[in-house]
Ligand binder design. Structure first.
Ligand code: MN
Length: 267
């Protein structure tokens, strides 16, 4: 079976300059591109994020995964995290899963907490996920401006998690994929150091997804590296669509963009 979205990806992570432990964990293996940012101290966060990611590794190698697949992995992950540090451990989970909707390629975006998913498409660059955080709620209610949220003392306080006493539901979004899409999944340590314009500039400057992920993490360290930093960059090289009247053989080998082709050249 053919994957509904053919991707190339890159991943980079670093503990940063102040923390000895890296409590971020990630999975960057089609169809799942996920980041978990653990919390709880005394290695509990590290165990929680790793345990959640471990529940998704079984998806690797499949052409696509469904909302039910993600829910089942999440349920298993919750049960495991509950056993760590007497229930005190917790983690975020955010990212994209390649999904198949009636034969079309979709980005299934999932979020619990404040790890983020962004989409770079043509001239736009936007955050798809909505943070589950105190500052996001204050921004939504008009009590805080977005730029104030970046430096607010409460910026690390999240309102949903896996574990840490939270049973909250994840957010899911289904987004039709387009060829040339570039997805960024990151822990809060990245936007904590680089503003969105800088992140976008790096994503446009670096054609290779591994080079882009590595440079984002490197720049965040240079800017302070106050938290663990993880960045995944996922490029849609080919997307299957079944549009009515579409006579373009999108899966034909001859129409596939090659490495270094114009698909990423526009960035
Ligand atoms: Mn973090």
């Amino acid at each position: 079976m053919t994957a509904p979205i053919a991707v190339v990806s890159g991943a980079a992570t670093d503990a940063g300059r102040w923390r000895t432990l890296n409590e971020d964990a990630h999975l960057a293996s089609a169809p799942a591109f996920l980041v978990a940012d653990g919390m709880g101290g005394h290695e509990a966060g590290e165990l929680a994020s790793a345990a959640v990611i471990a529940e998704f590794t079984g998806l690797a190698g499949r052409p696509s995964a469904s909302v039910d697949d993600v829910r089942e992995a999440l349920d298993r992950a919750r049960a495991v995290v509950r056993t760590i540090s007497g229930g005190a451990a917790g983690t975020t989970l955010g990212g994209v899963v390649v999904a198949d909707v009636d034969g079309d390629g979709y980005w299934l975006t999932v979020n619990v907490g404040d790890s983020r998913t962004y989409l770079l498409r043509d001239r736009s660059f936007e955050q798809i996920s909505v943070d589950h955080s105190v500052v996001q709620e204050l921004v939504d209610s008009g009590e805080l401006l977005p730029h104030e949220a970046l430096r607010d003392a409460r910026r690390n306080v999240i309102t949903r998690a896996i574990g840490a006493g939270s049973d909250a539901e994840p957010d899911f979004w289904m987004l039709p994929a387009e060829r040339g899409d570039r997805i960024l999944v990151c822990s809060d340590g990245l936007p904590g150091e680089l503003d969105p314009a800088r992140i976008e500039a790096v994503l446009r400057a670096e054609g290779d997804p591994q080079a882009a992920a590595a440079r984002l993490v490197r720049e965040a360290i240079v800017e302070g590296g106050r938290d663990n930093i993880t960045a995944l960059v996922v490029d849609a090289v080919t997307v299957v669509t079944q549009e009515v009247g579409d006579t373009i053989p999108t899966l034909d080998e001859d129409t596939r963009p090659r490495e270094g082709d114009a698909v990423r050249g526009g960035r």
